[in-house]
Design a protein around this ligand. Structure first.
Ligand SMILES: [Zn+2]
Length: 146
């Protein structure tokens, strides 16, 4: 158990575990916290959100997730003002759902917002990218060829 309250950024201490998780995801070592009942969650949680178990173990994330929902955002929150329009998606990776911004591997980093690149059931891989607006780190999804 490490508890790094000071990470040098403006992130509050409660996000320290999430920053470490982003580091792991960026290194392709993403993981989920899994309780004895098999419920998945993500840092900075320290207890299972489903059943309250506190003995969470780290399980590697599958390389591939499945898109459950996606949304084209034309009117973003201020932190994403320079990113719009963009596509956010929720994808299931094993025991956990991740929310991320869909990015193409090539091109200018954007995505076809008409929705051709992704649909419910699409396979995606997760990585870490930066917001155009302020450079903050975000989870990004890249569509996988199937
Ligand atoms: Zn649980």
């Amino acid at each position: 158990m490490t508890d790094e309250a000071e990470s040098g950024g403006s992130a509050p201490a409660a996000n320290a575990g999430y920053d470490e998780w982003l580091d792991a995801l960026a290194a392709e070592e993403g993981y989920a916290l899994v309780c004895p009942e098999g419920h998945g969650s993500l840092p900075p949680r320290r207890v299972c959100p489903e059943c309250g178990a506190s003995d969470l173990s780290e399980e590697p994330l599958p390389a591939e997730g499945t898109v459950e929902t996606y949304t084209v955002v034309h009117v973003p929150s201020p932190r994403f003002s320079d990113d719009a329009p963009y596509v956010t998606a929720v994808a299931q990776f094993g025991p956990v759902r991740l929310t991320g911004v869909v990015r193409e591997v090539d091109g200018d980093g954007g995505v076809d917002v008409d929705g051709d690149a992704i649909e419910v059931g699409s396979a995606v891989e997760a990585g870490v990218g930066e917001r155009e607006t302020d450079g903050g780190r975000i989870v990004v999804f890249r569509p996988m060829e199937t």
